[in-house]
Design a protein around this ligand. Sequence first.
Ligand code: PMT
Length: 360
Amino acid sequence: MTPLVGEMSPAAAESVYFNEYPPPKALPKHEALARAFIELHVEANRRVVLVTSGGTTVPLEAQTVRFIDNFSAGTRGATSAEYFLEQGYAVIFLHRQYSLLPYSRHYSHSTNCFLDFMDEAPPSADSSNPGDGPIMVRDEYQDQMRSVLRKYRYAKQNNRLLLLPFTTVSEYMFELRSLAKLMRPLNENALFYLAAAVSDFFIPRSRMAEHKIQSSELPPHMQGSAVDPDEIYTGENEEQPSNRKKLVVNLDPVPKFLHQLVDGWAPEGSMVVSFKLETDPSLLVYKARTALQRYSHHLVIGNLLSTRKWEVVFITPDEPHERWIRVPKSRRSKSISGVEDQVGLAEAMKGKSPSVEQLE
Ligand code: PMT
């Protein structure tokens, strides 16, 4: 029996996985942009961080109508990218398409809709069109928006931020591999900060339906043909579902490419930070420690879904091995968007805030 890609050696799994899918169409363009960006910062001897952000999808059909998604709005990645930029890093921001982006995250989505920050100024007397005054930022938001705008402009004008989108888990994997290899000339000036929520299961291309999976009876001329969803989804040697309305999805494990990143793709001397998301508090530290031991990288930042905006745990190979960083209750924001909480946590992670509780 052929082993699953998740059960092979890392090198064999890499070869099987990457042969399974065609590279994303945007890859050559992204590689050209990244190459130029990296060359610029190698010349300037500047540190470059690859921040991954947002969730990957697993398509159920090749011509995708339905997909399985991974939780992540992109808040952690986008907020962290701003802090890296402030610290002088150039940032490659590999993100899920339409997830939150550095700087614009302050004014996006329904809880921070940019329109709520705007007002119409009264028309001036000498205006050629007295009925239409200019659109302005409301007085109470002027300072905050000026500060965000200046940082955003600085990053853009000085070529400090490269935005590269992905959607599916295979696109993410192709992009990650290429970017890591392109970053080799940076040596110890390279940092990997893997905050994206990456799918653990996928449907191999060979078992994927080409067209939209049908939930109702097919017309007579298509019944029993290769597009029958039962045949496509149950796989070899498995029983047909008795109820034709049931969709049985059979997923293979995605190989853990962190191993390949640390031991092969990434430059010598670079630093690799990964995140671990759990929902069960009793598992978090164990899983984060296991990841650090398994991949021998530098830092695992653990977080729980329910408390991720105000507490994280740093798991390191050296003392103190486990360090909790928390935003104190008094500084936790009530905002639905949680932007302020993320800022509080980012400040805490920098060790800047005197009011952070550090539990060791
Ligand atoms: O964006 P927000 O809403 O702010 O949420 C942020 C977050 C909770 C998503 C973020 O803080 C976080 O925890 N991200 C990582 C979640 C995750 O995917 O964990 P994981 O157990 O699937 O992966 C752990 C590590 O293994 C990751 O670094 C990943 O890059 C790596 N991995 C995962 C799957 C895979 N097939 N290969 C991998 O190498």
